[in-house]
Design a protein. Structure first.
Length: 135
């Protein structure tokens, strides 16, 4: 069913965001040992798989002394380690302040920013991503 597939994450496909369409039934059978009905179908799905050097726009969900946590597409978190900040970002009291020459805009939880993914690891049905601000 849709509920069983949507929200799952595999290393090969990535996150299954939404089942868009059932294209066709490929096979159906009844299992001998359990009497379960097994149906193989071809689906059209919306997926998201993070990749190294991918640039995505995400929402800042947390700011820590050691880094910033950004969420991409509402499903994938990316950690931006503090040691990766470019000189254009300065930390002050858990908020980032861009220098005056960059219009002095504060970067806060809830703001959106472009992120470049630098490293990915898959384990326990999810991806762990490390990135940097892409500006």
């Amino acid at each position: 069913t849709r509920k069983q597939l949507e929200g799952n994450c595999t290393e090969i496909i990535g996150h299954i965001i939404k089942i868009l369409e059932v294209k066709r039934i490929l096979d159906n059978k009844i299992e001998n040992s359990s009497s379960d009905i097994v149906i193989s179908v071809e689906l059209l799905v919306d997926t998201f798989k993070p990749e190294v050097n991918m640039v995505e726009n995400g929402r800042i969900i947390a700011i820590y002394t050691d880094g910033v946590l950004i969420e991409l597409r509402g499903i994938q978190k990316v950690l931006i380690p503090a040691n990766s900040y470019k000189k254009s970002h300065v930390m002050k009291n858990s908020t980032f302040l861009e220098p005056i020459e960059s219009n002095g805009n504060e970067i806060r939880v809830g703001d959106t920013m472009d992120v470049k993914i630098n490293a990915i690891m898959y384990g326990d049905h999810s991806f762990s991503c490390i990135g940097e601000f892409n500006n």
